[in-house]
Ligand binder design. Structure first.
Ligand code: PEP
Length: 269
């Protein structure tokens, strides 16, 4: 059985003190639920403070993005080695928000905001490869927009994103890659993908991995579901055969909710 992994994506929330406090409330999960991998992904500015709380525990420190170059004139970017340097061991790449694909654009989210987030399949691939070279565990997100779903393109879109993200990767580095199926229309919207459909699309993703790397790799690949995961729906989602964990946004900001999600999986007891 694949080991489940639950990651909290704090997005652009939590000042240093708030992040420290949330991490203090969650750090015990490592010992309490030893059969589940748990990661907290605060914004860059809170990584060091949260890392200090998690040090020595089994709860892993994650970042929300990374650049693919090691150093140079890339103002504002953060290299994989810089994350490793401060104790980060997990990184999210290809989140739909980083790709400029938002489930619910805020009222003031104009073209200037959207154009700022320009990840493509190609840059996600570069980030994933650079992060793996640095030894980071990568959570790579894929998922369709509402328009793509309504056009019947879900399977084609996620398969293309998986092929793009994993292009040129050596199968031997895949053990530390986690894919996250995150239907864009379900992120931050309160709309969860129906459990059966979430499991089916995770199966499509697994199949795409199998075509690229063979059935053993596909069987071993951990695939999370993300999109309005809450304590109320976590157990049903995590019990699905193709779902090996959750990437949690909003609910990861509330200690009790995130802890309940971590404990909801079939292997948590
Ligand atoms: C996410 O940010 O990856 C996410 C799934 O957010 P939420 O749980 O808020 O939908």
């Amino acid at each position: 059985m694949r080991r489940q992994i639950i990651a909290g994506n704090w997005k652009m929330h939590m000042l240093t003190d708030e992040g420290r406090e949330l991490a203090e409330a969650l750090v015990g999960l490592g010992a309490e639920v030893p059969n589940v991998d748990v990661a907290l992904c605060p914004p860059y500015t809170a990584l060091t403070a949260v890392g200090a709380v998690l040090a020595g525990s089994k709860v892993r420190l994650g970042a929300q993005d990374v650049f693919w170059k090691e150093k140079g004139a890339y103002t504002g970017q953060v290299a994989p080695s810089m994350l490793v340097d401060i104790g980060v061991s997990v990184v999210i790449v290809g989140h739909s928000e980083s790709r400029g694909r938002f489930g619910v654009p805020e009222p003031d989210m104009d073209d200037v905001v959207l154009a700022h987030f320009g990840d493509s399949d190609r840059t996600v691939n570069l980030k994933l490869k650079a992060a793996r070279r640095a030894g980071l565990t990568v959570i790579c997100c894929v998922g369709e927009t509402l328009a793509e779903r309504e056009a019947g393109d879900t399977d084609r879109v996620v398969t293309r994103q998986v092929e793009g993200a994993l292009a040129g990767l050596d199968a031997s580095t895949l053990d530390e890659v986690v894919l996250a199926y995150e239907p864009v229309w379900a992120i931050g919207t309160g709309k969860t993908c129906q459990t059966v459909e979430a499991d089916r699309v995770c199966g499509v993703i697994r199949q795409a991995v199998g075509v690229l790397f063979g059935s053993d790799c596909a069987e071993a690949m951990r695939i999370q579901y993300g999109g309005s995961v809450k304590p109320a729906n976590a157990a049903e989602l995590l019990a699905c055969p193709n779902i090996d964990g959750a990437l949690v946004g909003g609910a990861s900001l509330v200690a009790a909710d995130f802890a309940a999600i971590v404990k909801a999986g079939p292997t948590a007891a």
